[in-house]
Every structure is written in C-alpha cells, then in structure tokens.
Design a binder for this molecule. Structure first.
Ligand code: 5RP
Length: 228
C-alpha cells in the first residue's frame, strides 16, 4: 500500500472510532471516506447513515449498513468526509470525486463535521487543486463564461475546464456537469465563494468554508488532529 493510502486508512479508522451507537452518520465520498466507511461497517454499530453519493451508498449497503435519506432522519450527528485540499482555518476544496453538491447538503445538515485526509492534502493556501464547480447542463458554455468573469472579479485568471471522462462530460449524481478552475492561489476564498454562487447556472462550488469542525490527518508519525 502507498504511503498516501496508509495515511488515508489511518485517518479513516481514527474517524470511525468517533462514532457512537445510535448516531445518525453522514458518509463522505472518495478513497479516504471509503476507508472510514469500511472501518465503521466493521464496528457493527446500531446507526443510520446518510450517504453523499451513490457510490458511497452502494459501499455502505454492501457492508450491511442502514441507509437513510437526508431530511428523513433526525439531524445528522456526525459527518466524516475527505477533501482535496485543507487550508488555513480548515477551509477546504472538495469535489474531486464530483460529489460536492450532495456533500455540502449533508455537511450543512450535520451537527459536527470531521474531515479526513492524508498529509499531502494540507496546504498553506487553497487553489493548487483545480476548484470544482457544478453547473446545470442547460447553457453550460454560457455559464462557464460567466464563471470566468466571476473568477476575474477575484483576480483569478483561470479558464474553467469541463470535466471529461472517457471522452464524455462527467455527470454528477444529480445530472449536472462539472467545470474545474485551476485558480493557483485563492487569497480570499469567501469572496470567491460569493462570486461563484452569484452566477446563474452554478449549482455549487467546492469551497467548503467554516464547515469543518476538526481534521484528522494521517501522517508518517501517526494521525494528527487539527481544529479551525
Ligand atoms: C469527492 C470529494 C473527496 O472527498 C475528495 O475528492 C478526496 O478524495 P480522496 O479521499 O479519494 O482523495 O470531495 O467529491
């Protein structure tokens, strides 16, 4: 197993130990979140889970975990999810796995959110990882031009690129498209988040600000805990 995978696994297992019997638990998406789900499934607790993607729902169901729908359970006690970048104050870029919309819906409905990652995800400033932006398919090329304008307003010169896989545009679980914007350095994430949300056709962006309560980072020296 690679160093990164060992760290992801350690972070996922540490997060699984935070879950208590009877909880409603939000399950993130991605390879790190999958380690969490597997470790949690192995504990055989009496919990109900809300999944942030079809892939995670299928993994959890295959482990015999009980799945509930967002809004049809009592409030979520704890959500655990991965991230593409973890910046100052636990500001995050998410959406590398195209699940950002459902992830943000679940995070915002949770009492506590814990982000888990390998050490390479910790950065001094957000923006090296291209920022995912989910848009409705109708008129998406026009929307991408307006995203360009919003980025320019924030002094970011990136041209958003439509995410493709196997020659076709990637569709999210909600049927939308993803543009990735290679911002470089996001100096003012809150201003960028506001500018992007103001564009009609943008459904959500991958900036998760003031949402994470704690980070568990796998490192060569063990799992480190960070607070905002
Ligand atoms: C999915 C996400 C993931 O949490 C993020 O991409 C990290 O993935 P991984 O744990 O595989 O590195 O935001 O939309």
């Amino acid at each position: 197993m690679s160093d990164a995978d060992t760290q992801k696994r350690a972070a996922g297992e540490a997060a699984a130990a935070l879950v208590e019997d009877g909880m409603i638990v939000g399950l993130g998406t991605g390879s790190t979140a999958a380690w969490f789900v597997r470790a949690l499934g192995a504990r055989r607790l009496n919990i109900t889970c809300v999944a942030t993607s079809q892939a995670t729902a299928e993994l959890a169901a295959s482990l015999g975990m009980k799945i509930g729908e967002l809004g049809e359970t009592r409030p979520i006690d704890l959500t655990v999810d991965g991230a593409d970048e973890i910046g100052p104050g636990l500001s995050l870029i998410k959406g590398g796995g195209a699940a950002l919309l459902r992830e943000k819906l679940v995070w915002e409905a949770s009492r506590r959110c814990v982000v888990i990652a390998d050490a390479a995800k910790s950065v001094p400033i957000l923006g090296k990882f291209p920022l995912p932006i989910e848009v409705v398919a109708f008129g998406h090329k026009t929307t991408s031009l307006r995203i360009c304008d919003a980025l320019s307003e924030c002094d970011i010169g990136a041209a958003p690129r439509l995410r493709m896989k196997d020659g076709v545009p990637v569709r999210t679980d909600s049927g939308n498209l993803i543009y990735d914007a290679a911002c470089g350095r996001i100096v003012e994430p809150a201003a960028l988040a506001f500018a992007l949300k103001s564009v009609t056709g943008v459904v959500e962006h991958g900036l998760f600000l003031d949402l994470a309560d704690q980070a568990l980072i796998g490192t060569r020296e063990g799992v480190k805990t960070l607070e905002p």
